[in-house]
Design a protein around this ligand. Structure first.
Ligand code: G4P
Length: 190
């Protein structure tokens, strides 16, 4: 997606060869007009695939996932990284490890919001190793749902997430695929 690549080049900063800072339009301050276009692009790519529900993981996936759900006219479910005392009912959980952040969390969703037989579209901001996406695949399986597609705003193509998901038979659409990056610049795969 040209507009997204232009935003990454103009406003993104490669902290090092592995981490891209995009907090001026995606992770902290949010360019909602760009996110609306991102949502439209995912809606166009995943149209006609029988998707019934959009899912994401809090927090940075929420903006692109909201616009995708709006464009597709579908409900959105935000999976949680932590539970609270008011989160009651039949909960589905799986542990997700983040290699980038060196953390782990219990990915959690209420079974009520993932009814059996739904076809899910996962939208997320970044794809690195694919751990978060595999966590969602795991919860979907527990719920009796299928992940019919994964839409990623920025994929770090030099990390294994994309290949791992493709090998698992998942249809992945990444709007910007970063081939390599350094302080000198950011290169994309066309
Ligand atoms: P994976 O799920 O593909 O394996 O990714 P990984 O564990 O390595 O990274 C998980 C977290 O790190 C996610 O944020 C993801 O957005 C973020 N992340 C990964 N690579 C980058 C990067 O190059 N730049 C930035 N800015 N973030 C990156 P999260 O913990 O879910 O946080 P958030 O959604 O609350 O922002």
């Amino acid at each position: 997606m040209q507009k997204l690549k232009e935003a990454i080049l103009a406003k993104g900063k490669a902290v090092n060869q592995d981490v891209l800072l995009v907090d001026s339009f995606l992770n902290h301050q949010v360019d909602v007009a760009l996110m609306r276009d991102v949502g439209d692009a995912f809606a166009a790519y995943f149209a006609g695939r029988g998707i019934t529900r959009v899912v994401t993981i809090e927090s940075s996936g929420i903006a692109p996932a909201s616009f995708t759900a709006l464009a597709m006219g579908l409900p959105l479910v935000v999976m949680k990284k932590q539970t609270s005392r008011i989160m009651k009912g039949d909960l589905l959980q799986t542990t997700v490890r983040s290699f980038t952040k060196g953390t782990q969390y219990e990915l959690t969703a209420k079974r009520d919001f993932l009814p059996e037989g739904e076809r899910l579209l996962l939208i997320d901001d970044f794809l690195a190793s694919g751990e978060a996406a595999f966590g969602v695949l795991n919860l979907a399986k527990q719920a009796g749902c299928e992940v019919a597609g994964v839409g990623i705003v920025i994929e770090k193509a030099f990390q294994p997430g994309h290949d791992r998901l493709c090998e698992a038979g998942v249809d992945v659409c990444s709007l910007a695929r970063v081939k390599a990056m350094s302080e000198k610049g950011i290169e994309f795969i066309d």
